[in-house]
Design a protein around this ligand. Structure first.
Ligand code: AMP
Length: 629
């Protein structure tokens, strides 16, 4: 499965294009299948239909757990580092993790969860989160993990969209020096959710919680009542494995669906190759399991490959900005996979926090989530990687299931800020606005992928038409990523950011429409328009232009109220950084907001706003320019 040289990469890439089915069948054979697949691939992008390894029967947990027991039973599968460095870290061997997963799977079964049922998981980064995810997969239940920073309303929307019957949560969460209520937030959400029959609560913070008779159950008590033998549910490769909600340019977040077989093959293959994982290495991915990076490169990829995965509960700046570096030293971390926003934030704290730490265990570095700027790339490479660790800038998305464009660590020649070359099986195409392919090198355009890979999104839960519209209708016959991209003279790819109305704030994907809808719910707000602007640490900040129908006597207070409303409706991650009150928005005669103008103003670039003659009322632009923050 593992490519070892650049020449091997080139051969594998060519084979994956010339004979994709043969290529992926060879990779897939290295997993454990109960029954072989009948057909490697069938696909029709026009209908958003893709199937890999159909008819193959398997269970991803047999690949992530059972098959390692014989030779890796005593090896740590998960090393858990708690929020407070004074608390003890925990190591779960493959055998212990297997035992806990089977036990918890039996708890789920006992409370009526069956194959195909949806289970919402809203937990902090504790070992039980991985246990809960794998327990669902063990019995064929579809997990929907909701990031701990989302509000009650966001949880309710996600539960209702998938009609989840069970929620798994904790009393509270530790995050830096804060204690955050979790169960209370779930309780608030459940007022609006009829489908949920049970809530399982794990004890973490000992925050007082109200436990409803007949509905709520304690994790610790339940696991004592079951045994630890649980046969894995036989799953077709194309049965759903999980739903993960993500933001788009319109409407509510959509439930991206991944299926069992293709996702397993793709997450594992990319993990092994991009990070060039060597047996015994400790892989530290700093993402939250609430996002796709955590699903693929904390849980499924590493575990299916028999790796040791480090799970960190806290934040990089608690107790201070040396926390990551202390974790690397303490657990002898070999691979660090983090986000540019974290790098920039730690960079801004200064080298005093870095110097003096022992980084000798590190062999590879990774970056994910947003474009990495040149300064952060070099800082990371030099100060953390000692200029000898390969640095992989990995481009991919919730919808791709795994890494798509990235160097293979130590194999692909690097170029700062470039995700470099497509992985085997990935066929990128750049297109112009009219959908025409842009050939050759030294060009830029919108990034599409013209051929399916095993980890591609299969549908958007409960609304297949939406998947068709979102991914396959902009450019006929191709999957559209929503990203802009350049291909340089060497054929290297550099992702330049979203070209749709999706923001990337600290690596979190947020739809402008979602934020606008939340702002518009606030009393006194008539209309709003949200754009992104460059932010030193977050990559992009959120800039909101707001029209109010009331006299604003305390603008600061009003701004805070709007922030509180967005936190309540979506979650604190979507709170605008800047709110400018305006009396009008630049609209065309057909009523469309010209975001291009608002974007330029928010960037502080007002010299050339382009053609404003098509605006209904060009004078609003002057007013907005004057009041820019
Ligand atoms: P998500 O689905 O939340 O993982 O967000 C995916 C989006 O994050 C992509 O469409 C890109 O805009 C951005 N992204 C992820 N990784 C990278 C990267 N290495 N370089 C540039 N942008 C990235």
């Amino acid at each position: 499965m593992k490519i070892k040289t650049f020449e091997e990469y080139q051969i594998a890439y060519k084979q994956s294009v010339d004979d994709p089915e043969g290529f992926w069948a060879e990779v897939a054979q290295q997993f454990q299948w109960r029954t072989p697949w009948k057909k490697v691939l069938s696909w029709d992008f026009n209908e958003a239909n893709v199937k890999w390894f159909e008819g193959g029967v398997m269970n991803i947990t047999e690949n992530a757990l059972d098959r390692h027991l014989a030779d890796k039973g005593d090896q740590p599968a998960i090393i858990w580092e708690p929020n407070d460095p004074e608390d003890k870290s925990v190591s779960l061997t493959y055998r212990v993790l297997f035992d806990q997963v089977c036990r918890f799977a039996n708890v789920l079964k006992k409370h009526g969860v069956k194959k195909g049922d949806r289970v919402c998981i809203y937990l902090p980064m504790v070992p039980e989160l991985t246990v809960a995810v794998l327990a669902c997969a063990r019995i064929g239940a579809i997990h929907s993990v909701v990031f701990g920073g989302f509000s009650a309303k966001s949880i309710a929307d996600r539960i209702n969209d998938a009609a989840c019957t069970m929620v798994i949560t904790s009393d509270g969460a530790f995050r830096g020096n804060k204690v955050i209520p979790m169960k209370a937030t779930v309780d608030e959400a459940l007022v609006q959710c009829d489908s949920v029959k049970n809530v399982i609560v794990m004890t973490r913070t000992r925050t007082p919680v109200s436990m409803l008779k007949g509905r709520d159950l304690w994790w610790e008590e339940e696991v004592k009542l079951v045994d630890s033998v649980c046969a894995a549910e036989p799953m077709d490769a194309e049965d759903m494995l999980f739903i993960l909600y993500t933001s788009g340019s319109t409407g509510k977040p959509k439930g991206v669906v991944h299926t069992c077989g293709g996702y397993m093959v793709y997450a594992t293959y990319t993990f092994a190759n991009v990070f060039q994982y060597e047996p015994g290495e400790v892989h530290f991915c700093t993402a939250d399991i609430g996002w796709i990076t955590g699903h693929s490169y904390i849980v499924y990829g590493p575990l299916c490959y028999g790796a040791t995965s480090l799970v960190f509960e806290g934040v990089p700046t608690y107790p201070d900005a040396s926390r990551f570096w202390k974790i690397i030293e303490k657990h002898k971390v070999n691979i660090l996979y983090t986000a540019p926003t974290a790098i920039r934030s730690l960079m801004s704290s200064g080298l005093d926090y870095v110097n003096g730490h022992d980084f000798s265990s590190l062999t590879k570095l990774g970056s994910v989530g947003e474009p990495i700027n040149e300064e952060a790339w070099h800082w990371y490479k030099t100060n953390i990687g000692g200029d000898h660790c390969p640095l992989v800038d990995t481009w991919w998305q919730t919808e791709t299931g795994g890494i798509m464009i990235s160097p293979l660590a130590g194999i692909t020649p690097e170029k700062p800020t470039f995700a470099t070359l497509p992985l085997p099986g990935v066929q990128p195409v750049l297109v112009d606005e009219n959908g025409l392919k842009i050939e050759g090198n030294g060009v830029s355009g919108n990034l599409c992928i013209k051929f399916p890979w095993p980890g591609i999104v299969r549908t958007t839960y409960g609304d297949h038409e939406r998947a068709k519209q979102t991914y396959f209708s902009t450019y006929k016959g191709m999957y559209f990523t929503g990203d802009g991209c350049l291909r340089d003279e060497d054929g290297y790819y550099r992702i330049t950011g979203r070209v749709d109305d999706v923001l990337n704030v600290s690596g979190h994907r947020i739809g402008t429409a979602e934020v606008e809808n939340a702002i518009n719910m606030h009393l006194g707000v008539v209309e709003s328009a949200v754009v992104g602007y460059p932010h030193d640490i977050k990559g992009q900040g959120i800039y909101a232009y707001v029209i109010s129908d009331k006299e604003i006597d305390d603008a600061e207070m009003f701004r805070k109220d709007i922030g509180a409303t967005v936190s309540r409706i979506i979650g604190p991650i979507a709170k605008p950084d800047k709110v400018q009150f305006v009396t009008g928005l630049p609209k065309t005669r057909s009523g469309k907001i010209m975001r291009r103008i608002l974007r330029k103003i928010s960037e502080g670039d007002v010299s050339n706003l382009g053609d404003t003659s098509t605006l209904l009322d060009p004078t609003v632009v002057e007013e907005i320019k004057k009041g820019a923050l």
